[in-house]
Ligand binder design. Structure first.
Ligand SMILES: Cc1ncc(COP(=O)(O)O)c(C=O)c1O
Length: 458
């Protein structure tokens, strides 16, 4: 029964009922059959008033998110527009996701056109978009490896749906590579304090921040923690039971932390010397955000595994783990899989996102606008006693603040600027890669006004 609906318990709020849905079947219309053979208007759920949204969310969503009281109805480039018509400059981009901004015509067309052709198929069958997107990502990876190391490497991609799944795939691949390809299990994994790798079990265990692990014990065995940017501390955690180091090139959630110059080169050497895989989490830094397609390119090194998500689908969930050929051989048939990963819609959208990034030189724009943003922030906040540090790379910038950082973010929001919190004291800016000079100026002046309002006399 195509139109069968489940009975729901009565609701305290005004809940849209079946009849309120435009296109719902009536007694005279057929209740069975293939939708596209019927001459019905598309089913369109009704739009709710904000108060109804809040009531439903409060009653029915798990309480794990602290949502603000804004409901966005649509977007326009780097702007988000709320249901009351207010415009907000989105300098967060859904936490580094909306690389093309909102309502980008190429993204809109890609989703519409591909969804009319084919949304999902299982991985039992080939899908041209997965094959082409994998080839594209491998070529970018292999070119970056050649440029940084002079070595010719082949690589392969595993597609998934999120950053955390990329972390899981990396942990599984690294462990299986040692156990089944090299023939000696080395299940130990070293990660660093302040890292963020996701919320699933291995990803949460890899995330060396107790606040994310609290109450979820027992964690996944085999993880050890060291200090970010501190080679000796990482070296001290590596013995012959350790098979991989997992690390972000620039720590995002941890507070937009950049490692000291030369750290990654030394880490690469350490991993080579000890037979350990270097696995880089580029979920936030990847796809051009830091001014090169992969952030590792700026470190002059190449990883054994790198994983991406966030910006790759421009808002459609797409994740990808790229591994060197020999390492990728750990994932033989039946060893790892995901239902939704590599589906036709996600893969096509990924192709279009990368196509737009190349066509419009958005990596170059990230570099240019990122330099401008950092410079303008440093100029605007020069001499402010409440500023501890201003740092970043490309369009991933952080203003570290002494004082009530959450209040600064809230006041900025009330002034029409969306930024996010990173670590305990950093205002993070990860805007869409399409922003221009006027957006940088708006962001800096409004963030300064918010900080002054909260902190100038604190
Ligand atoms: C570096 C990094 N890795 C992994 C993740 C987890 O990604 P997801 O939330 O898509 O699972 C994030 C999310 O913020 C991240 O910043």
């Amino acid at each position: 029964m195509l139109l069968a609906r489940r009975r729901c318990a009565p609701m305290a709020t005004t809940m849209p009922n079946a009849a309120a849905f435009s296109g719902a079947a009536t007694a005279s219309q057929p209740a069975e059959g293939i939708a596209k053979d019927r001459d019905l208007a598309p089913l369109r759920p009704p739009v709710l008033a904000d108060a109804e949204v809040f009531a439903l969310a409060q009653r029915y969503l798990t309480p794990n998110y602290k949502n603000s009281s804004i409901v966005f109805s649509h977007g326009d480039g780097p702007w988000n527009i709320a249901t009351d018509g207010r415009r907000y400059l989105d300098m967060s981009a859904g936490v580094a996701v909306n690389a093309l901004g909102h309502g980008h015509p190429d993204l809109v067309a890609a989703i519409a056109e591909q969804s009319a052709r084919l949304v999902h198929q299982s991985n039992y069958w080939h899908n041209q978009h997965a094959a082409v997107l994998a080839a594209d990502l491998c070529q970018r990876f292999e070119t970056a490896v050649l440029n940084t190391t002079g070595k010719t490497e082949q690589s392969r991609v595993f597609f998934c749906n999120s950053g955390a799944e990329g972390t899981e795939a990396t942990v599984k691949t690294a462990r299986r590579y040692h156990a089944r390809i090299l023939g000696k299990a080395r299940p130990g994994i070293v990660t660093v304090q302040g890292s963020f790798h996701g919320r699933t079990y291995a990803a949460m265990t890899a995330t060396a921040q107790p606040k994310y692990q609290d109450g979820f014990e027992p964690l996944v065995p085999g993880f050890r923690y060291a200090k970010f940017g501190d080679l000796a501390s990482i070296a001290a955690q590596i013995d012959d039971t350790v098979g991989a180091v997992l690390i972000e090139v620039v720590q995002g959630e941890g507070g937009v932390c950049v490692a000291p110059p030369g750290f990654f080169k030394e880490l690469r050497q350490l991993c080579d010397d000890r037979g350990v895989l270097l696995c880089l989490d580029e979920v936030q830094t990847g796809i051009g955000r830091t001014g090169t397609f992969f952030a590792f390119e700026q470190e002059g090194i190449a990883p054994d595994i790198v994983w991406l998500a966030k910006a790759l689908g421009g808002g459609i969930p797409v994740g990808a783990m790229i591994a060197r050929e020999a390492v990728a051989q750990a994932l033989q048939p039946g060893t790892h899989a995901t239902t939704f990963g590599a589906n036709a819609l996600c893969m096509y959208v990924g192709r279009v996102v990368l196509g737009v990034i190349d066509r419009d030189d958005l990596v170059g724009n990230a570099r240019r606008m990122g330099d401008l943003l950092l410079r303008e922030l440093k100029t605007a906040f020069a001499g402010k006693a409440y500023v501890v540090d201003i740092r970043g790379r490309g369009l991933m910038c952080g203003v570290q603040i002494r004082g009530d950082v959450k209040a600064v973010i809230e006041v900025a929001r009330s002034k029409g600027l969306l930024v996010s919190l990173a670590g305990s004291d950093v205002v993070r800016l990860t805007p869409p890669l399409v922003i221009g000079r006027e957006h940088v100026e708006f962001a800096v002046s409004h963030l300064l006004a918010a900080a002054e309002q909260v902190l100038a006399n604190a």
